[in-house]
Write a protein that binds this ligand. Structure first.
Ligand code: ADP
Ligand code: MG
Length: 396
């Protein structure tokens, strides 16, 4: 087990033992992710290039001798317990409404429900969760909790589903149980994580190709700057952006914005209102930037992708309007301190930015970002470096 996951695994195991009075049957974990590039393209059938990070959520799980499911988390005060046969009464959560259970519990219970909807059954289970993925930071603690739960139930219920199928189960839980209308990028990134590679994912076909990033070999590091500004996917801005994209595609006669190219933007500008056009322009140019990043990584290496990261951030800030002052400050300060590239990552409206920097410059960039936050009167951000890491695994 990596040093990273060990304290988290111990915390999950301890919670399980406190809850049940006996040891778990096993520990399953799944990682969070950062998205190198390709934001708000997943639900437009487009391209993304995320990688799994060393931070993981661990599920300590054991079967029960009844047909109930109980979930607990170090993150929550109270466990939640329901009969497996009642899951279909709880879910799906009606659009726009809050889940009928505590929101956090809708993630693991939603996974169990989605598996049962897919025809997978098994005995009751106790699930204790612990995580070192920052929650609500845009690093996909949600995909990590779904992935850890889905991996555990897949094994204990003998489902034999592959990783793409489990990613779909996670997405169903997030969309239909939690009620967050997200795409499938996060679950795929968590499920298909590989050391040293990002996952080039076509969100239409779900074809996924590992792309070696060579960050370490190039003497580089990816610094995560968690602004600590909480985002909320299930509400407001995310939903509204999604609706704009659907409207834009419809008005352009396209199935989705995946089918609109950079060459079509002139026509798009003459047809669409200004706001819809700018939303469309972000998605269309972002898809192209993902393709350009994959080609650049293969042909020239990680040092050459900085400009694409910077252009991606500008597009999210100016056209898609999902950045916040803290994220812009993080990106600007990192670039001023010598970062090769920087951009916000994740759904936006808060959360984290990433900066691609020389390994030798981690201290200088960290100091510069801290100073810029202090000068703007923002609360201090949390910063750490990440490397592409492996997907789900059974830890014990
Ligand atoms: P992100 O995925 O960027 O961290 P989301 O809003 O998509 O943010 O998901 C965060 C939510 O996921 C939390 O508010 C909580 O409900 C749930 N969650 C994540 N990790 C855990 C955990 N370890 N225990 C309980 N709930 C969790
Ligand atoms: Mg999430």
């Amino acid at each position: 087990m990596s040093a990273h996951a060990a304290p988290t695994a111990a915390a999950a195991e301890e919670l399980f033992t406190t809850l049940t009075g006996h040891a778990p049957e096993g520990l399953w974990s799944a990682p969070g992710r950062v998205n190198l590039i390709g934001e708000h393209t997943d639900y437009n059938d487009g391209f993304v290039l995320p990688f799994a990070i060393p931070h993981r959520t661990v599920a300590a799980v054991g079967r029960r001798d009844d047909d109930r499911i109980r979930v607990a988390s170090t993150f929550a005060d109270e466990p939640v317990e329901v009969a497996l046969d009642d899951l279909h009464r709880l879910f799906p959560t009606p659009a726009g409404e809050a889940p009928r259970v505590a929101e956090w519990a809708a993630y693991p219970l939603g996974v169990a429900w989605a598996l049962r909807e897919a025809g997978v059954t098994g005995s009751g289970v106790d699930i204790a969760l612990a995580s070192d993925v920052p929650v609500g930071a845009g690093l996909s603690s949600s995909a990590a909790i779904e992935g850890a739960t889905a991996s555990a139930l897949n094994d204990l219920w003998g489902a034999g589903l592959d990783r793409v199928a489990l990613a779909r189960i996670g997405r169903t839980a997030e969309n239909d149980a939690v009620g967050a209308p997200t795409g499938i990028m996060d679950q795929m990134a968590s499920m298909l994580g590989e050391p040293d590679s990002a996952i080039f994912l076509d969100c239409r076909s779900l074809d996924a190709v590992p792309v070696p990033v060579g960050i370490v070999e190039a003497g580089l590091a990816v610094l995560v700057i968690d602004t600590r500004v909480a985002h909320a996917h299930s509400t407001g801005g995310y939903r509204e952006r999604r609706a704009s994209c659907e409207r834009g595609a419809r008005m352009l006669g396209a199935t989705s914005l995946r089918d609109v190219s950079v060459d079509d933007l002139g026509r798009a500008e003459s047809i669409l209102d200004d706001v819809t056009f700018r939303r469309v322009r972000h998605v269309v140019t972002e898809n192209q930037r993902v393709l350009d990043t994959v080609r650049t990584l293969r042909e020239q290496g990680a040092r050459a992708i900085g400009g694409l990261l910077v252009a991606s951030h500008a597009s999210m800030r100016d056209d898609f309007e999902i950045s916040v002052p803290e994220l812009d400050t993080a990106v600007d300060a990192a670039l001023s301190a010598g970062a090769i590239g920087a951009r916000m990552t994740g759904g936006g409206f808060g959360g984290a930015a990433i900066a691609l920097i020389d390994r030798d410059a981690v201290g200088a960039v960290t100091d510069a970002v801290h100073a810029a936050f202090a000068a703007s009167g923002f609360s201090p951000p949390v910063m750490f470096t990440v490397t592409p890491s492996e997907g789900p695994r059974r830890d014990a």
